[in-house]
Design a binder for this molecule. Structure first.
Ligand code: NAD
Ligand code: MG
Length: 491
């Protein structure tokens, strides 16, 4: 057959290379049937006598029953933290550093166990919890251990005082990592903590409570109260909580801001996002495709800084989309405990329904949907990696945070138009720029209203680097030297 007449292979329909199953061992992990609250250095049964189940979203099996803290429980936890504050805040900073360093070392020692539990409780691929979540959590404690006795170099020639009890409420997308972002700077600056993990992913916080015991952290310095939004609201509203740190939805962030208004509490909010990942025509396309995939399909898109809006320069729209579709076909969706899995389970049934609803709206509003062929497990909560083309800026899928593996593709012609489209959102947490030109990166970064701008990379985190938003993505910074300031009174 003449070469010219050969049918062109449509790479997008080719089945990906098959791998044998490679499940991570779970026999080294011990999950208790039920977990109490961690208050004053001990595990105590809840006054409420209530418990709720946390399930494995990949199997829908119940993993454990967890205590639901009521007002009395939260009050006990805050009192324990207030008591501990008296001595912890006066402890020699070098000794505080050693405790925090110990927490970091114990997280490293128990990394395999923590990674497996994180994956079972939340549905994220084991390669992510093993290689990203847990090492970064340890790195955070390690980094802030270093600051504990050097605060006067962080803010020179000023009088620094810790605030007191910090009430911290965290989400389910990076459970142990968000715990680390909250707890490490609070302890380094001499505050004590009442932490409320998310209701679908409380287990690594309970293991962290065990780690606090192992580290012989003074009782009450860290307290963990489990429960749903109501428990979170009690932590936030408790009069002895001097500082509130919240990561989660913009909707709840607004509620919290109202709740603490006029109460003299310090507040930081890390909320949603709808980040633009912008690819210019001079970008290396294969690298950009990897960055786009990492930007939106990492952690099933349950990432506040996910690159959920892809802005592509018009001249390369077609070739980029072609490459992207091929790449989507190679993503492995399925058992989060399998070491080859790229996209795991959606965190909860509720979140799955939210994603399904928004995808439905995209189709109804006239965007064109693409999903690679892939088989999904019969049980559990799953969603195929999804890409929308023909997206208008007015579509809900271009405006609202989906928090799932769903990418909306838009195009632009000039850098000015890219900036305008990128900033056309109530959010402002992050952005990505892909280009060969350094000057263009700086030009773009100056004009984008986003807390983090990644250049020729995406979703890269480091404890030394501050992170946080503009506009409805919240305020305050976590990480780096900046992350110390929300926990200090500076005179
Ligand atoms: P959420 O904001 O309801 O939950 C986050 C945390 O806040 C949880 O621990 C929850 O128990 C607690 N909470 C809920 N209501 C509260 C209240 N009134 N006072 C104090 N604490 C309260 O988030 P969600 O319902 O789990 O997810 C909904 C959407 O939020 C997602 O679809 C996503 O768009 C967004 N989200 C963003 C992030 C982020 O990192 N920015 C994380 C999780 C979810
Ligand atoms: Mg769970």
């Amino acid at each position: 057959m003449a070469l010219a007449k050969r049918p062109t292979t449509d790479l997008t329909t080719q089945t990906p290379f098959q791998y044998e199953a490679a499940p991570e061992a779970v026999d080294h992990v011990r999950i208790a049937g039920s977990y109490d609250l961690f208050i004053g250095g001990r595990f105590v049964a809840p006054h409420s006598r209530k418990r709720f189940a946390t399930v494995n979203p990949a199997t829908e099996e119940t993993l454990a029953q967890v205590a639901e803290a009521d007002e009395v429980d939260v009050d006990h936890a805050v009192k324990a933290a207030a008591n501990a504050f008296r001595s912890w805040s006066r402890l020699d900073p070098g000794r505080r550093a050693r405790y925090i360093f110990r927490l970091s070392r114990l997280i490293q020692e128990r990394a395999r166990e923590l990674a497996v539990v994180e994956t079972m409780d939340g549905g994220k691929p084991i390669k992510e919890s093993r290689d990203v979540d847990i090492p970064l959590a340890a790195a955070h404690f390690f980094y802030y251990a270093g600051w504990a006795d050097k605060l006067e170099w962080a803010v020179p020639n000023r009088r620094l005082r810790p605030l007191g009890v910090a009430g911290q409420v965290i989400p389910w997308n990076f459970p142990l990592l968000m715990l680390a972002w909250k707890v490490a700077p609070a302890l380094a600056t001499g505050n004590t903590v009442v932490l409320k993990p998310a209701e679908t992913t409380p287990l690594t916080a309970m293991l962290f409570a065990e780690i606090c015991q192992q580290a012989e952290l003074p009782p009450g310095v860290v307290n963990v109260v489990t429960g749903a939004g109501q428990t979170g609201s009690m932590v936030v509203g408790h009069p002895e909580v001097r500082k509130v740190a919240f990561t989660g939805s913009t909707e709840v962030g607004k509620l919290i801001r109202r709740q603490v208004a006029g109460r003299g509490k310090r507040l930081t909010l890390e909320l949603g996002g709808k980040a633009a990942n912008i690819v210019f025509e001079d970008a290396p396309l294969d690298q950009a495709v990897e960055g786009v995939v990492n930007g939106i399909y990492f952690n099933q898109g349950h990432v506040c800084c996910a690159g959920s809006r892809l802005l592509v320069q018009e001249s390369i729209l077609e070739p980029l989309l072609q490459k992207l579709k091929v790449r989507l076909g190679t993503l492995r969706v399925g058992d989060p405990l399998d070491k080859n899995t790229d996209v795991g389970a959606i965190n909860s049934k509720q979140q799955l329904e939210k994603i399904e609803g928004l995808v439905e709206s995209g189709i109804e509003e006239g965007a064109e949907v693409y999903q690679p062929p892939c088989e999904l497990p019969a049980r559990g909560y799953w969603f195929r990696p999804t890409l929308f083309t023909g997206v208008a800026q007015s579509h809900r899928i271009a405006r609202e945070e989906i928090f799932g593996p769903v990418l909306s593709v838009l195009s632009f012609r000039t850098p000015e138009e890219a900036v305008e489209k990128a900033n056309n959102t109530p959010y402002g947490l992050s952005a990505g720029v892909w280009t060969d030109k350094g000057s263009r990166i700086l030009w773009m970064a100056e004009r984008m209203r986003a807390g983090v701008v990644w250049a020729n990379t995406y979703n890269r985190f480091d404890p030394t680097s501050p992170f946080g938003g503009y506009k409805e993505s919240g305020f305050g910074r976590e990480g780096g030297l900046h992350g110390l300031l929300p926990y200090l009174d500076v005179d």
